[in-house]
Design a protein around this ligand. Structure first.
Ligand SMILES: Nc1ncnc2c1ncn2[C@@H]1O[C@H](COP(=O)(O)OP(=O)(O)OP(=O)(O)O)[C@@H](O)[C@H]1O
Ligand SMILES: [Mg+2]
Length: 359
């Protein structure tokens, strides 16, 4: 049996189902992210696991125990929030000791645990400071420490890095993942930021409208999106629309001025509307030559803008059907704005979905 089980969990607020029949099993060693847009139900789901909300339906099991109706402090969970919620008039040491004092632990054990957290989070030397005397990253570490000091069975994190700048966020991502691995307890991490989810997680649950759209290894979520929503939400892609036709191991999409061949898709009847997604980094470029014949999985385009992103160059390309973006390593030949090129990609890099019923 899994370490954490959510069994048909739902939460209704008035007429809104904030969480809708969520079933998930999480193992003890796992770092799991709940990734979804604003309002999709991520925080509500986390609060249900924490015991801060009672589900309208369903059960929550932690370490073999049904905790659905247990109060937060009896569940062995801790939660870290986006707003660090440190006590401004208490020192780092007192902030860390506070949850243990609430548990009325003996003085010696409180000292021992605070020392342990100061050590693993590299906060030694800062224990006498007040929160406003710390950097953003240090404050976030204290908040993390306050979650860990109770030695929880599970750590729940709700957008803990959202207030940090990009560079610090990336540093903290590495740090948080390191601590999760060392502690060997599951971290459940809520974010609407795909980069955060991809950088740290073993598995990602994509949340949409209170439901789990897919729960899979991060590489599967990224490389083999199960739905058009995931293809759109995770990674950066180009979308093409057209009508499907199947032949052998290939499903072909014909749109205006473009033919896209994809691996066979069994769920697309001939003539039905379909959408193809190709990730920016899968689009390759070559110089246009006179007499280029139209081909499948290729289009004639002109480079409109070049955006430098460190190791990558992002090319915004104009073609007959609009704009696409190609992301190429700087180590490749570079093109400048105004150049005519052929943009092309592999059949295996096309993710195809039905577009019938789409608004
Ligand atoms: N206490 C509440 N009362 C009524 N509706 C609520 C309450 N809490 C959340 N909701 C609604 O439930 C839905 C899910 O909210 P939730 O806070 O879980 O989303 P979220 O995915 O965490 O979004 P964000 O990324 O903006 O934090 C939203 O429609 C929200 O308005
Ligand atoms: Mg939220």
């Amino acid at each position: 049996m899994a370490y954490i089980t959510l069994d048909g969990v739902s939460k209704q607020y008035g007429s809104v189902w904030a969480v809708d029949r969520v079933t998930m099993a999480i193992e003890k060693h796992e770092f799991v992210s709940l990734l979804g847009p604003s309002g999709s139900g991520k925080t509500t789901l986390l609060r249900i696991i924490a015991g801060l909300e009672t589900p309208t339906q369903g059960r929550v099991l932690i370490d073999g125990e049904d905790v659905t109706h247990l109060p937060p402090h009896r569940r062995g969970v801790a939660m870290v929030f986006q707003e660090f919620l440190l006590f401004p008039h208490r020192t780092v040491y007192e902030n860390l000791a506070f949850p243990l004092r609430m548990l009325k632990l003996p003085k010696g054990e409180i000292e021992e645990r605070v020392e342990w957290v100061l050590g693993i989070l590299a906060l030694r030397g800062l224990e006498k400071r007040y929160p406003n005397q710390l950097s953003g990253g240090q404050q976030q570490r204290v908040a993390l420490g306050r979650g860990l000091v109770g030695r929880p069975k599970v750590l729940l994190l709700d957008e803990p890095l959202a207030n940090l700048d990009r560079e610090l966020r990336q540093e903290m991502e590495v740090e948080i993942r390191k601590h999760q691995t060392a502690l060997g307890i599951p971290f459940i991490y809520v974010t609407h930021n795909q980069e955060e989810a991809l950088s740290m997680s073993d598995r990602i649950a994509v949340v949409r409208g209170g439901r789990i759209e897919d729960f899979a290894a991060r590489t599967d979520i990224y490389d083999r999106p199960k739905t058009a929503f995931i293809a759109q939400f995770v990674g950066r892609s180009n979308r093409f629309e057209g009508l499907a036709a199947a032949a052998g191991d290939t499903t072909t999409l014909r749109g205006e001025g473009i033919v896209i061949e994809a691996p066979h898709h069994p769920g697309l009847p001939a003539g039905s509307r379909a959408a193809a997604y190709v990730k920016n980094e899968k689009i390759r470029l070559k110089p246009a030559t006179p007499g280029d014949a139209p081909a499948a999985n290729a289009l004639a385009a002109t480079i409109r803008h070049v955006i430098l992103r460190g190791a990558y160059a992002e090319y915004v390309l104009g073609w007959a059907g609009g704009e696409i973006v190609a992301s190429r390593p700087r180590s490749e030949a570079e093109f400048s704005a105004g150049t005519d090129v052929v943009a092309f990609w592999d059949k295996s890099d096309v993710d195809l979905f039905s577009a019938t019923g789409e608004p």
